[in-house]
Design a protein around this ligand. Structure first.
Ligand code: XUL
Ligand code: CO
Length: 436
């Protein structure tokens, strides 16, 4: 039975690029086969419960702008929210969603009550998943909103907060497992500091490592088949966050012997805040063998905040999906819209416009990337650029079969005098432009 929240808007269908219907896909045809696989299986879209259902439109200067029938409520309202959520996923043909515990259940008076509330909603979700065919891409714990987490979760100076966080993560991993979630995400919004004057960084790193070890141990204990994903972000809400970017997290994982157990959930806006491009972070994770999933959004390039806008920059997305495809595509991961409609977009229809536009833009990006890959459009020039390394002597240098002295003798004897070659950036940018 429909809640009526979305009025008479019907399931969003693909109508092609000539359609003028604002409630239709112009580029995302879920069944279109690209590189031997339907688009829906390439993109694996997920809706973020927190932005689309839980966020109320507030900003630092003003409170709620969205009037939703489920705000300010207990369990009854949480269920209305779930009904509308699954309607949204179904209208979009999502086929996945993601949530934090705090997005879906009312906060209890204590840990036991919060857990009871979460479990009741998990049972409700399980039924909804069965009815609608929707699936859980990932679950996670919100260890940053409640004031108990203000000085961190695993990195808190108070061991009771560490314990509360560990207990909360356990309940959220159980919930994710029960709902057949394909990944479990850890984003450390308050794992960082405001001032070094009150912070023992080394101790906090040890605490964070212990928590991550326990998460991995518990995953194996309960037989969770999904991936454990860490989501890097350099700052906001903390002034400095420990999981700064992919490179920083990789160093941390390696130091603690976790680089084979944990992968990355990489968000476009977080890459921008770290001073990187999205494709840089994706390429690095691919190269290090820790690529997992993406949080897709668009960040404002001027504000310096995490604006979590719906994506619409197709050339940027083509380069991002090129990295995803080069990584072999998603396995357990997917495209989670960690994106929210703007504060003034108060109508239920705006939630659909945001997702429809985002899904279309992602589809355009992925299709452009697939064509570039099929034609070897960028691979051929790249192979040419490194072709010198196919020679025997170059291979010997790289294999450690020559010392500095051997190489020096060779350079002198053969009078090696390298000549610079063009990097051809403009030529390559023009190739990309042809495909988008
Ligand atoms: C915050 C952010 C989170 C994580 C999940 O910037 O991206 O929503 O994706 O906790
Ligand atoms: Co995110």
């Amino acid at each position: 039975m429909s809640t009526g929240f979305f009025g008479d808007i019907a399931k969003i269908k693909y109508e092609g690029p000539d359609s003028d219907n604002p409630f239709a896909f112009k580029h995302y045809n879920p069944d279109e086969v690209v590189l031997g696989k339907p688009l829906k299986d390439h993109l694996r879209f997920a809706v973020a419960y927190w932005h689309s259902l839980a966020w109320e439109g507030g900003d630092p200067f003003g409170g709620r702008t969205f009037e939703r029938p489920w705000h300010d409520g207990g369990m009854d309202k949480a269920k209305i929210k779930a009904d509308v959520a699954f309607e949204l996923f179904t209208l979009l043909g999502a086929p996945y969603y993601c949530f934090h515990d705090a997005d879906v259940r009312p906060e209890g008076a204590n840990f036991a009550e919060s857990t009871k509330n979460l479990n009741e909603i998990v049972d409700y979700f399980a039924k909804k998943q069965e009815e609608t065919g929707m699936k859980l891409l990932w679950g996670t714990a919100n260890l940053f909103t409640h004031r108990r987490f203000m000085s961190g979760a695993s990195t808190n100076p108070d061991p009771e907060v560490f314990a509360y966080s560990a207990a909360t993560i356990k309940t959220c991993m159980d919930a994710t497992m029960k709902l057949g979630g394909e990944n479990y995400v850890l984003w450390g919004g308050r794992e960082g500091y405001e001032t070094l004057l009150n912070t023992d960084m080394g101790r906090e790193f040890d605490q964070m490592a212990r928590m991550l070890h326990m998460v991995v141990e518990y995953k194996h204990k309960i037989g969770f088949k999904g991936a454990i994903l860490v989501e890097p972000k350099p700052q906001e809400p903390s002034k400095h966050q420990y999981d700064y970017d992919v490179a920083t997290v990789y160093g941390f994982l390696q130091k603690h012997g976790l680089e084979k157990e944990v992968k990355m959930n990489i968000e476009q806006g977080h890459a921008i805040l770290a001073g990187h491009t999205f494709e840089h972070e994706l390429a690095l994770a691919r190269t290090l063998g820790i690529f997992g999933s993406i949080d897709m959004n668009r960040n404002d390039y001027q504000s310096g905040w995490d604006t979590d806008q719906f994506p619409n920059n197709v050339p940027e997305m083509a380069l991002a999906y090129l990295e995803v495809l080069k990584a072999g595509g998603f396995t357990t991961g997917g495209t989670n819209f960690d994106a929210k409609v703007r504060r003034q977009s108060i109508d239920p229809a705006d939630l659909l416009h945001g997702h429809i536009g985002g899904m279309d833009a992602c589809a355009r990006g992925l299709k452009a990337a697939a064509r570039m890959l099929e034609d070897g459009a960028l691979q051929k020039p790249l192979d040419e650029r490194y072709a010198g390394w196919n020679s025997d002597v170059a291979k010997k240098m790289l294999a450690g079969e020559m010392t500095l002295s051997d190489i020096a003798a060779m350079v002198e004897k053969e009078d090696i005098n390298p000549q610079p070659k063009s990097g051809r950036q403009e030529y390559l940018e023009n190739i990309v432009n042809k495909y988008v």
